[in-house]
Write a protein that binds this ligand. Structure first.
Ligand code: SF4
Length: 162
């Protein structure tokens, strides 16, 4: 699928009636560190729209707070294809299945409520749309949820596109 420019992504968000949104961007304290990433510009961009909040990691039962996770060996698309994995940064504990399950839950929510656009938190190993943490550094690529949504036909937009 052709990669959209930032302008095209923002235009898709502007035209969307229903938007799947990373819950932390709406002020939910659901991040791994127990904090939120509430954003005025996100709230402004969503004015008048139907919002479907999702947090793939808490949806998969990982809890709040939870150990930070990064991707190992590749970004979200490679995780979905079984060529990379998700693991806790400190302990190395494998979290691939939870990340895949969280992504499936987000996709199911998008389908149930008819969202064709997702507004997601940049650089998260689940939600990052342009960049994510792989092997200790931020690389160009998507988190696991963003990759599944994008390959399922949704337009993924990040808070940093706004
Ligand atoms: S970035 Fe995604 S997985 Fe992380 S807290 Fe926000 S909604 Fe949850």
């Amino acid at each position: 699928m052709k990669e959209l420019s930032r302008e095209e992504r923002v235009a898709a968000l502007r035209e969307a009636r229903v938007v799947l949104v990373s819950a932390c961007l709406l002020g939910e304290a659901c991040r791994y560190d127990g904090k939120s990433k509430g954003s005025d510009k996100v709230m402004r961009a969503l004015e008048g729209k139907e919002v479907v909040p999702v947090c793939p990691e808490t949806g998969a039962g990982l809890g709040i707070p939870r150990p930070a996770v990064e991707l190992k060996g590749g970004a979200g698309a490679e995780v979905l294809e079984g060529r990379a994995r998700a693991a806790e940064v400190e302990s190395g504990r494998d979290r691939t299945e939870a990340f895949r399950r969280g992504a499936e839950l987000a996709l199911a929510a998008a389908r149930r409520f008819g969202a064709e656009v997702a507004l997601l938190k940049e650089r998260s190993p689940s939600c990052g749309t342009q960049g994510t943490h792989v092997d200790g550094v931020v690389v160009r690529g998507q988190g696991v949820t963003a990759a599944l949504l994008a390959r399922s036909g949704l337009t993924v937009v990040s808070d940093e596109d706004l």
